[in-house]
Design a protein around this ligand. Sequence first.
Ligand SMILES: *Cc1c(COP(=O)(O)O)cnc(C)c1O
Length: 432
Amino acid sequence: MKDDPRRRIPRTDTVLADPRVAEAVRGAGRAVAKAAVVAAQQRAREGLIAPEDVVAATVSALAAGPRRVINATGVLVHTNLGRAPLSQAAVEAMSAAAGCTDVEFDLVTGERARRGRAAMAALAAAVPDAEDVHVVNNNAAALVLAATALAAGREVVISRGEMVEIGDGFRLPDLLESTGARLREVGTTNRTNARDYADAIGDETGFVLKVHPSNFRVEGFTAAASVAELSALPVPVVVDVGSGLLAPDPLVPDEPDVSTALRDGAALVTASGDKLLGGPQAGLILGRADLVQRLRRHPLARALRVDKLTLAALEATLRSEPPVRLALHTDIDRLRRRAHRLAALIGAGGPDGNAPVECEVVESVAVVGGGGAPGCELPSVALALPVRLALPLRLGDPAVVGRVAGGRLLLDLRSVSPDLDDELAEAVRACT
Ligand SMILES: *Cc1c(COP(=O)(O)O)cnc(C)c1O
C-alpha cells in the first residue's frame, strides 16, 4: 500500500528533534517525552489522529498543568471541561483568599469564628426559605452526609424511577448504601404515587428521598409524587434538586429549584454548586435548622468540608451574575451578531496571510448539560468550519473544543463567554 498514511508517521527521533517538542522535553525529561511520542505514534497508527499531528499531539501531552479550554461545544455545563466557569468576581475572591484569611476567625474579637460564615450568610440570603444552610465538597457528599447522619442502619425510602446513575458509573443507590443506610424501593420505573411512599414508611424510616432525574426523561404513562404531597408524611423529605437553581427559571421550566422545594415542604434540599448556580464545585444543603445542625455536627462533616478557596468563590458567585447564567439568558440576536463579527475576522485569513478558511454562520441548538434540564433545547448560533480543524484547535493554547455535526466542526457561541471571542478568532486563524 503505497499511499498508506501510516507510512507518513514520523520516526521517534524526528519528533524529538522538532523544536516544538524539544522545548517540552526539557521540562518533562527525555524518558517521559519518548513515551509521549510513542503514544502519539500509536494513535496515528490506529487512525485516531493524522500522521501530521503527531508532533502537536506530543507537545499537548507534555504540556504542564491543566490546559485552558474555550468551551464551544454548546453544552453550557460540561462536566468533562470542568463544569461552570467561574465569574471574574469569583476568581478574584479565590485569589484574595489564597493567603491567610479570616475563614474561621473573627477579626473584631480576635477569636475563632464559625467557618465560612460569609459564604453561609450569602447562601442564606439568596434562599430566605431555608432556616439554615451548610456546604460540603459536592452534591454527592451532601447526600452521603444526609444518609449517614439521618438514616445509617435505617431506611431511605426512594422511588424506583429515581434510582439514577449520575455519570461515569456512579450510581446514587450504591452511594447511599455505602453509608450503611438501606434503600426501601417503592413504585415502578415509570409510576410512583404518594400512597406507595406512605405504605413503606415505618419505624425504620430515616427519611424519604426525592431525586431529580436530571440526565434523562421518562415519557408516556408516568406518575410521580410531588414534594408537596410527600411533605404530608410523618418523616423528613430530602430533595436532591441537582442543578443548583435557587429559584424557578422560565428558561428551564422543568428544572426543580431549591426555594420551591423548601416552600413545598422539603425538610432538606441538596444541590451542586458548579452546575446552573455557576459556581465552584460544592454541595449545598439547605432546610430545617435542626436537621442542618445534625449534619453539620456529624463527625463525617469534617471529612467533607470545603476549603477556603471554595467558600470565597461560592460567596462571590452568589453576589454576582456568573457566566453560566449569562450564557443561559443571552438572546439569540446577540449570538448572531457575535457570530457574524467572528466569521468576518476568520474569513479575513490567517495571521501570516494564510488562505481564509471556509466559515459559515449556522443555526444551532445548545443544551444545559452536566446533568441538568434534559430535553431542554436552547436556540443558538454556531460557526461551521472544516472538520479537519477539530484536532489542531483542540491542541492549541487555549484549546478550543467544538462539536462535529453533519461533517463540519461547529463552534457554538452560547457556551463561549463573549470576552473570549477575540481569542477564539485568533485560535481559528492560527490553524488555517
Ligand atoms: C449532578 C447531580 C448529582 C451529583 O452532584 P455532584 O455535585 O457532581 O456530586 C447528584 N444528583 C443529581 C440529581 C445531580 O444532577
